[in-house]
Every structure is written in C-alpha cells, then in structure tokens.
Design a protein around this ligand. Structure first.
Ligand code: MG
Length: 346
C-alpha cells in the first residue's frame, strides 16, 4: 500500500475578502492512497487561519507514509483514524486528507459510491449556498450576477459596515441569505439587535457571531435571536460538541476541522442526538474534498459546499453545480476525478 502527496496552490477567481483579510490563493496538499493500481484521493486545504502549515502537513504525511508502507490490505487500514490520533495531536487537515483518500479507495474497491458505503441516501437536489466575498459595490454586483444559478447566498460580515453590506446586496438580489460574522461582533447587545434586523432582511442563519471565548454571551444571543446561530470556529472535532450544546442552535462541520469524513459523520449524529442543527461547510478546498463531503448531505439541514466554484485552477473535476444544486459524476468513490497528469505525486 502506498501513500503519496503533492503540495498545490489553489487560485481564487476573485480575491476573497472576509472580515479579517483578503486572499488570492490557498495552499493545499493532495494525497493519494494506492492499492493494486486503484487510487483514492484526499486533500488537506490550509488557509492561514486554520493554523496548520504546508510544512507541518507534509511532515505529518511523510511520517504516515512510513507507517502505511507496512500495510498490505484494506483490513490493515481499519484502525487508521485512531492510529493518526494516537500518534499526532494536531494536523486535522492532514488527517482529513488521509481519511478521505482511504474512504475513496475503499468505496472504489467495493464498487460503491461513498454515501452507499455509509449506507446513506443521496439527497436530490442538494441545494448549496454560494459565498459572496466582501468587496466594492460594483464587484459585489458582478459576483451576484455570476451566482445567478444559486438559490441561497452566503455573505461574510463581522465589520463595522455590516448593515451597509446587506443593504448593498439587497439592491441586487432578494434571495435568502446566510450570514457569517467570523467572530467579528464584540458586543452582545449589538449582536442581538443585528439578529433581529437580519431576520427582517430574509437572513436564515448567523454563523459564529461572537468570538470563541465568549460562550456565555453566545448562549444568551442564541436565546434571544429569532434566527438560528451556527458554531464554526467554536467547534472543530467530535469532542467539542458537548461544550457548546445549548450555546448555539447548530454546528458547521468542515472536513479540514473534523479530521475527515468518518468523524464528520459521527459529528452529524452526535449533533442530531442533542437536537442541534447541522450545516456542512468547506474552507476553500477543491473538488477533491468537497465532493467527498457532499455524500453526507442527506443528513444536513444546511449545505454550504461551493468552494470549487470559487477556484480557477481546480486539478479535479466531478462536481457540477446546476440550478444551485450539487451534481456528482457517476461511479464509485467520492466522485472526484483527477484531471490528467496535472499533479506529480511524491
Ligand atoms: Mg464560518
């Protein structure tokens, strides 16, 4: 069994603005797991705010290469997740890449799609939101035009001009919105007022309104908000859910935080048991990771898996967006297919 990897730079179609910064690229590391000439693919997408560097991720993957080399069958990989967690404290994105490659390979070897491997249905249609980055008015108009097909838009707030941004957006579209404040609001009173104001503007949910260390205020906001509050930065892995139960209405699960598709599925189940809403999200990953995550959509209340539409040099294909919903390539595995010989795996 062979694990290989290749670092890659994903390039945005438009510079991507959030409350804290604007970026043009996102580093990512693709991994490939091979058995008997069949390949499974995974991805560790590494935006700076994740706090995991390319060097750290590559070093983690190299150590895993040495461990996996000794494995000769899929059965040897059954304990892969606990092997990774036992030996490495961090590297959630690297773990996600390897877990995804393992599941892609396993489902291909069984001739099943990833959702069938888990015994799940494919939800049809999967309506996904589409993110509009903060920008000048004419640029926002252009981006909204490009997003014509999407039924729900997501907008990044958390600035001093939040109402103005929504009012600008409302000049060009009356579509339902998700709002992500990215911890940008600091005052509870302001956040409560904003939640009521946003409800009037047809906003369906607010993601991470307050900083992660403001759990008590966050609980009060959730009580008073007329729309659901969704934890993003406040929840990474399964073990984080208990701490925020009753504090947020729901959680945003992302592969790069959860350490893989397997744990994302466990997080969905745990959140549902606790009466929390489930959103499936992404960072800025390519089709490789996004396609894999989309297989869990039938269990989600909200799907926000639009990253491949924001990228101009995606080395994978297999996800198509039509009428604001996600369609996948037929066939076994995650549905992500590598474009020919673009990547030189090491
Ligand atoms: Mg977010």
């Amino acid at each position: 069994m062979k694990l290989s990897y290749v670092p890659y730079l994903l390039e945005f179609k438009h510079p991507f603005g959030v409350s804290s910064n604007t970026r043009t690229h996102t580093p990512t590391v693709f991994v490939r797991l091979e058995l008997d000439g069949i390949y499974g693919y995974g991805e560790a997408c590494l935006p700076a705010y994740l706090g995991e560097s390319v060097d750290d991720t590559v070093s983690f993957i190299q150590k895993m290469q040495a461990l996996i080399k000794a494995f000769s069958s899929m059965e040897d990989l059954e304990g892969l997740r606990s092997l990774m967690d036992r030996n490495f404290m961090k590297n959630n994105a690297g773990k996600a890449a390897i877990d995804t490659a393992y599941l892609d390979l396993k489902s291909k070897l069984k001739g099943k799609t990833l959702h069938a491997l888990f015994g799940l249905d494919w939800k049809s249609p999967i309506i996904t939101s589409h993110t509009i980055g903060i920008d000048a008015e004419d640029k926002m108009k252009e981006k909204i035009g490009e997003a014509e097909d999407f039924k729900i838009l997501k907008v990044k707030l958390g600035t001093e001009n939040d109402k103005k941004i929504i009012e600008t957006l409302r000049k060009f579209t009356d579509k339902s919105l998700y709002v992500d404040a990215n911890q940008g609001w600091k005052d509870l009173g302001f956040a409560v007022e904003m939640s009521h104001w946003l409800k009037e503007k047809n906003v369906l949910l607010i993601e991470q309104p307050l900083p992660v260390d403001r759990l008590e205020d966050m609980g009060r906001l959730t009580e008073k908000s007329p729309i659901p509050t969704i934890a993003d930065e406040s929840v990474k892995r399964l073990c984080d859910i208990e701490r925020i139960e009753g504090i947020f209405s729901g959680i945003n699960i992302k592969l790069m935080k959860s350490g893989g598709v397997s744990e994302a599925l466990e997080m969905i189940r745990k959140a549902k048991e606790n009466g929390m809403l489930v959103m499936l999200g992404c960072m800025a990953e390519s089709t490789c990771a996004t396609a894999a995550m989309s297989h869990l959509s039938s269990l989600a209340d909200f799907v926000d898996l639009d990253a491949p539409t924001l990228i101009k040099n995606d080395p994978f294909y297999g996800i198509n967006y039509r009428n604001g919903s996600i369609l996948l390539e037929e066939g076994p595995g995650s549905g992500a297919r590598l474009k020919e010989s673009i990547l030189n795996f090491m």
